[in-house]
Design a protein around this ligand. Structure first.
Ligand SMILES: O=C(O)CCC(=O)C(=O)O
Length: 308
């Protein structure tokens, strides 16, 4: 018989601190224990600019939607936004999911990734040397029915050789149960890699084994940030209000870490699992260093760029 987890066991207050009087060691200890941490107000300085840049990118993406390319995950517009099928009765047949904004297109996004307090917390978690993983990610739930993201571990999408990336998801608008608050399942970062299935929102956990009741909703204000481990189970429900619900995510990892499996469906994950043992640091682009130093290693091809 399938076993299901029915209660997150703790309240959000236990994993929440305020940026105003932050104790970095306490923040790192919460993260280590629960695999998640809320820092109220951390990204407040960037919210106004991020709201404008995300909205501009969404507008651009919708204008380019007729040129979107079909992919296994949905449709990707020429500016890099991912669309999935829209709910019934919607004005379009496709809704936006991930927004084609990145550190290459938004200065505010890059500034947010370099926030000194965020980096202090990350240093206490990851150690002195830290690189950016990816180019930044943003998700928007469109108004009145915008997509749910099923409970999942990010490691289903990018499993790493070592500790894996730390994600910081930040709210751009006040976010509660009506517009798609992030839900986390504290402590699940210690459970190893869980079996995922194909869902409407790509890889997700079996809902019978991992119902929403197992998770802790984290409501918050614009500028509140949620740190979570690559194996922490998390997700969010639909947006039921008449305005969009944007978030942005910065991810960081040790510079010697690397993805051994990348996937979006059970089929492409099964293929990627066969190649996991052969994955090398060298196979991935290096991220920008945001703390410390990247030690040279003969085995990771670090000298190759300087050869020309
Ligand atoms: O948009 C959200 O609330 C969820 C984002 C998320 O779960 C993810 O990107 O892994």
């Amino acid at each position: 018989m399938k076993q299901s987890v029915m209660d997150p066991g703790i309240e959000a207050g236990l994993i929440s601190l305020s940026v105003e009087d932050l104790d970095v060691a306490e923040a790192a200890a919460i993260y280590r224990q629960y695999g998640c941490l809320v820092v109220r107000g951390l990204m407040r300085p960037y919210v106004e600019d991020m709201a404008a840049d995300i909205a501009a990118t969404v507008e651009q993406s919708i204008a380019l939607l007729d040129q979107a390319e079909k992919r296994p995950e949905g449709w990707v517009s020429p500016n890099g936004s991912l669309f999935i099928p829209a709910p019934e009765g919607y004005s379009r047949d496709k809704q936006i999911m991930t927004v084609g904004i990145s550190y290459l297109t938004s200065a505010a996004f890059l500034r947010s990734a370099l926030d000194p307090t965020a980096l202090d917390i990350l240093e206490a978690i990851l150690g002195p040397n830290i690189e950016l993983f990816g180019q930044g990610q943003s998700l928007v739930k469109e108004p009145v029915g915008g997509h749910p993201k099923h409970l999942h571990q990010d490691s289903a999408y990018f499993e790493h050789r070592f500790e894996g990336p730390v994600a910081i998801l930040s709210y751009v608008v006040d976010t509660d149960l009506s517009n798609g608050a992030l839900h986390v399942v504290p402590g699940t970062h210690k459970k190893g890699q869980l079996r995922h299935v194909d869902t409407f929102s790509h890889l997700g956990l079996d809902e019978d084994e991992w119902p929403w009741e197992a998770s802790l909703p984290v409501t918050g204000q614009a500028g509140d940030s949620i740190f979570f481990h690559v194996r922490t189970v998390h997700g969010s429900k639909q947006n039921h209000v008449d305005s969009p619900r944007p978030v942005f995510i910065n991810r960081y990892r040790r510079p010697d870490d690397y993805a051994i499996i990348r996937a979006t469906t059970t089929a492409n994950r099964a293929e990627a699992e066969k190649r996991a043992m052969r994955a090398r640091r060298d196979d991935e682009p290096k991220g920008l260093m945001v703390r410390g130093f990247r030690p040279f290693s003969m085995s990771d091809g670090a000298g190759a760029d300087g050869a020309a």
